[in-house]
Design a protein. Structure first.
Length: 168
């Protein structure tokens, strides 16, 4: 629900920014709309980065499921487990390793936007670390769920049915 509100705010900022820019040009005013533009970018970053772990948890991430949806739950769990171990966890660890020095430097110098009137960059850069930690934790949670399905100790969760019930 939180991401929906962020999306609405982001769209509203973009729309208001466009209207103000158009009106200012017609009046031959010079306005600094950099903060609004950067706020819109930052909100998009929040939505995208925080949405990764959420999407994985609710099984709404992108998947080519031409054959996947026809497979048995245990086969699906094996595919998901292998993908998590071979791709998701190494990618998340690599992103943490690669981004940490840049985020640390950004915080140490309290990095600001190079544009006049721009917003601070260091808080949004810290979100990169936070989001990949959350994605890594969610990957580990998914592994536990997948192993339980493979062992037959729990039934596979159908997140799409849960979502449909929640919206009804």
């Amino acid at each position: 629900m939180f991401i929906r509100w962020l999306t609405l705010v982001m769209v509203m900022i973009g729309a208001i920014n466009a209207v103000v820019r158009y009106f200012a040009r017609s009046q031959q005013w010079t306005l600094n709309l950099t903060p609004a533009t950067e706020a819109q970018w930052y909100l998009f970053s929040l939505i995208f980065l925080l949405g990764a772990a959420y999407g994985l948890n609710h099984d709404v991430h992108v998947r080519v499921d031409v054959m996947y949806e026809r497979m048995k739950p245990k086969t699906q769990a094996w595919i998901d487990l292998c993908g998590t171990i071979l791709f998701l966890i190494p990618f998340s660890v690599m992103m943490l390793y690669v981004s940490y020095p840049a985020v640390r430097t950004s915080w140490s110098i309290r990095e600001m936007s190079p544009d006049p009137g721009g917003l601070p960059r260091y808080p949004i850069k810290a979100l990169i670390i936070f989001s990949f930690v959350m994605l890594l934790l969610q990957a580990m949670s998914q592994m536990v769920k997948q192993v339980d399905v493979i062992r037959g100790t729990t039934a596979p969760l159908d997140h799409h049915e849960d979502e449909l019930e929640a919206h009804s």
